[in-house]
Design a protein around this ligand. Structure first.
Ligand code: NBP
Length: 486
């Protein structure tokens, strides 16, 4: 079936080109070829192109190219090029080279993990040059890239008309619906992918806290904890992350025979998308507490010197371990589910805030639809989120929607027991606890923010509003303490 050639310059026959043939690019190129598309291949160093053709050339119709000029010339018009290189300067360098060789109406797609503000900048610059630029978030890692990722393309609507069917053909499909849709203008696709990654951080942290409680509060070993996660994966917590958690916990270390998880250093690394999510949330004023705690928890785990110095610090008097393991297991399950609802609710709040800030007019229900398959946060309960947005596209918060409201009502007692027990045992549960505090904060009739406003007015004359009158007021704190209208 292969017709990989090196004489592509004479025939512009490829429907799409992929440049950057490392893990992600090579698998997406194979996915495209397996779906019957002719794919032009390009990589800065030719070795990766040749390796792909040597190992997988028989999977479809590839066009081998060496130079950017040759690569561009191999493409049908309007030309479509998918960039899958390291995010940042490499992306700018590749765009610059491609743009010089492409023509008005051609489409450049950046499938890397770009920062959405970079995508906004790049889209504007390429639009000026008559080119379409599509910032496409792609989730699912290596396996998703090959067998069907979740794709979040942002950019001009017209370019999606030329590109959509092609991307939808290689995306994961759930109930016959592709996990790919036009997200919105310029940086919106990468913004949504960023928030997706933030939710992923929160989900992983919550699962980690559940694991920690099984280990340190109930004394379970890795195999026993794996069994619990396997069981949970057949219920409302069913998700890719719960599924792989069980697999990771089952894995034995070949060298020592111990569970692999027990010989891995407990310092989690991060590539930066979680941090970006939190930075953006800070700018937008959206409390994404679950995501922020997850990012900070990774940072704390990596603070090796401080952790070493803190060994042996006082714990204070600790409480008793749970005696009813079955009840506590159910409590942890409920705490995980409720905290997960909070993390997703916060992520969707951030998407709405980003949409308002940048005028993107995003449809949050679309994200719930395209995250149901292909991506790392795919989960059964995304169907519920989709239904919630289908019923009410202007939903204020997921946690007030009847289904999730009831789910939290069912979980709340367990959730509190888990946070209290963990605190009494000195087991850190930052994401469980902060999600519960967020929930309590949202439902509180009166928050201490009234005092904060009083303090702000005291030291900075920042004024406050009253519960019984319109307008802004200021108390003459250093005068006679009377109140004046501001
Ligand atoms: P990497 O992020 O490791 O990038 C390697 C590729 O970038 C190679 O093809 C390399 O070419 C090329 N490259 C570099 Br580095 N600098 C270049 C330059 N100045 N000019 C041209 N090419 C350059 O690859 P990856 O892990 O496949 O990821 C690709 C993109 O997809 C990244 O943006 C990543 O964040 C994103 N992503 C990754 C995952 C994942 O699970 N890995 C998931 C979702 C998204 P060379 O072969 O000549 O060195």
């Amino acid at each position: 079936m292969t017709s990989a050639t090196s004489d592509s310059s004479s025939t512009a026959r490829a429907q799409i080109g992929v440049t950057g043939l490392a893990v992600m690019g090579s698998n997406i190129a194979r996915n495209l070829a397996r779906h019957g598309h002719t794919v032009a291949l390009h990589n800065r160093s030719i070795a990766k192109t040749d390796a792909l053709i040597a190992e997988h050339g028989d999977e479809g119709d590839f066009v081998r190219t060496e130079t950017v000029e040759e690569f561009v010339a191999a493409l049908q018009k309007p030309r479509r090029v998918l960039i899958m290189v390291k995010a940042g300067e490499a992306t700018d360098a590749v765009i610059e080279e491609l743009a010089g060789a492409m023509e008005t109406g051609d489409i450049i797609i950046d499938g890397g993990n770009a920062l959405y503000t970079d995508t906004i900048r790049r889209e504007a610059a390429l639009r000026e040059r008559g080119l379409h630029f599509v910032g496409a978030g792609i989730s699912g890692g290596e396996e998703g890239a090959l067998n069907g990722p979740s794709i979040m393309p942002g950019g001009p609507k017209e370019s999606y008309e030329a590109l959509g069917p092609l991307l939808e053909s290689i995306a994961a499909q759930v109930d016959g619906v592709p996990c790919c849709t036009h997200i919105g203008p310029d940086g919106s696709g990468h913004f949504v992918k960023m928030v997706h990654n933030g939710i992923e951080y929160a989900d992983m942290q919550l699962i980690g806290e559940a694991y920690n409680l099984f280990r340190d509060a109930l004394g379970y070993d890795a195999d026993r904890i794996a069994d619990v996660f396997t069981e949970w994966n057949s219920g409302e917590l069913e998700s890719y992350l719960v599924e792989i958690t069980a697999e990771v916990l089952q894995q034995k270390d070949a060298k020592t025979g111990k569970p692999l998880v027990d010989v891995i250093v407990d310092a989690a690394e991060q590539k930066g998308t979680g941090r970006w999510t939190v930075k953006s949330a800070l700018d937008l004023g959206v409390p994404v507490t679950g995501i922020a705690e997850a990012v900070f928890a990774r940072a704390l785990s990596g603070s090796r010197d401080q952790r070493k110095a803190a060994q042996g610090l006082a714990s204070g008097a600790l409480g008793a371990k749970p005696t009813d393991a079955e009840q506590f297991t159910e409590d942890i399950r409920q705490a995980l589910y409720a905290s997960k609802i909070v993390a997703y609710a916060q992520g969707f709040d951030q998407i709405r805030a980003g949409s308002d800030e940048y005028g993107w007019d995003l449809t949050p229900g679309d994200m719930a639809t395209i995250w149901r398959g292909g991506c790392i946060i795919r989960a059964r309960f995304l169907n519920r989120i989709k239904e919630a947005y289908d019923t009410n596209p202007a939903l204020t918060s997921l946690i007030v929607e009847p289904y999730f409201r009831e789910a939290i009502e069912n979980a709340i007692d367990s959730w509190r027991r888990v946070v209290v027990t963990a605190t009494q045992l000195g087991i850190p549960v930052p994401a469980f606890a902060s999600s519960l505090s967020y929930y309590d904060g949202l439902r509180a009739e009166r928050l201490p923010a009234a005092l904060t406003q009083g303090q702000r007015d005291f030291f900075g004359a920042h004024t406050y509003e009253r519960i019984d009158a319109d307008g802004k007021f200021h108390t003459l704190w250093s005068g006679d303490h009377s109140e004046v209208s501001a």
